[in-house]
Ligand binder design. Structure first.
Ligand SMILES: Nc1ncnc2c1ncn2[C@@H]1O[C@H](COP(=O)(O)OP(=O)(O)OP(=O)(O)O)[C@@H](O)[C@H]1O
Ligand SMILES: [Mg+2]
Length: 255
């Protein structure tokens, strides 16, 4: 199977604080990888490095065979040309915890904005795609509403439609349900499960353990900036090797 994402020995510090150490994992086409771990373990920073919102210090990241950065002899990350970085950026999408919709734009414009202005799609084509995606998200009747007029779950579905409108090869989610009420969480998890069924390649940071177990092909447990353990859901959730993993999962079990 085709490699969509390769992360090798990625490291990142903020000043004296080492946040990511020697992070390596890869994602094949159509796979879903769940990243779990306690608060502060570096999950968001990892996603931000892969999505070019932060610069990594060292290691290597390749997206669909294109190198975003790799290390020189001293181990320092050397980034590819602006052109390649732009091409890579267009291959990946990120859905945030807090939706990050444009508040002054209608739902429809939130979804068509980047296709029209970044991909230079004709307006009619962008609108057609957006309406299709909004329909899929069950939100077509809300296309002229503004984000503030929607529930959190609806806003998150708009932001998923917005990410999908750019036809990403890999879609990243950073705790897509943690800002939502439990009732609204279910509707987002359902949408993500649907995407998994359609073989969308996804990397999902989540605190929803039952969901991770259900939807992921591969689970990565991070703590203190390291990958402590990684494997199939069965291996990580039922047969964890590391005491630290067991301890983390145990705490989840006990609420
Ligand atoms: N811009 C920044 N400057 C300095 N330190 C930062 C910055 N961003 C994150 N950190 C630190 O990096 C560490 C990892 O943060 P990160 O947000 O990646 O954790 P996380 O696993 O996503 O946690 P959570 O589950 O709470 O979202 C934390 O110690 C955090 O304080
Ligand atoms: Mg985070």
């Amino acid at each position: 199977m085709e490699e969509m994402l390769q992360v090798k020995n990625l490291s990142k510090s903020y000043g004296n604080l080492t946040v990511l150490k020697d992070i390596s994992f890869h994602v094949k086409k159509g796979e879903v990888v769940a990243i779990i771990g306690p608060s502060g373990s570096g999950k968001s920073t990892l996603l931000r490095c892969i999505n070019q919102l932060e610069k990594a210090d060292g290691g290597e990241v390749c997206v669909c065979g294109q190198t975003m950065f790799s290390s020189d002899e001293s181990g320092k990350a050397v980034y590819s040309s602006a052109q390649i970085l732009r091409e890579i950026r267009l291959k990946i999408g990120l859905v945030f915890q807090n939706f990050n919709l444009f508040p002054h734009m209608s739902v429809l414009r939130n979804v068509t904005e980047a296709p029209i202005h970044v991909l230079k799609q004709p307006k009619t084509e962008a609108i057609e795609t957006a309406e299709k995606l909004l329909k899929k998200m069950g939100l077509l009747e809300k296309k002229n509403s503004y984000p503030c007029e929607l529930s959190g779950g609806q806003q998150q579905r708009v932001s998923i439609a917005r990410a999908l409108a750019l036809h990403p090869e890999v879609l990243f989610f950073d705790e897509p349900t943690s800002a939502l009420d439990p009732e609204l969480t279910g509707e987002i998890l359902k949408v993500i499960k649907e995407l998994a069924k359609e073989k969308m390649t996804m990397v999902i940071v989540t605190h929803e353990m039952a969901f991770a177990r259900d939807v992921a092909n591969y689970v990565v447990f991070m703590d203190g900036g390291f990958i402590v353990e990684a494997g199939t859901p069965e291996e990580v959730f039922s047969n964890a090797k590391s005491e630290r993993t067991k301890q983390f999962l145990e705490r989840y079990h006990n609420g």
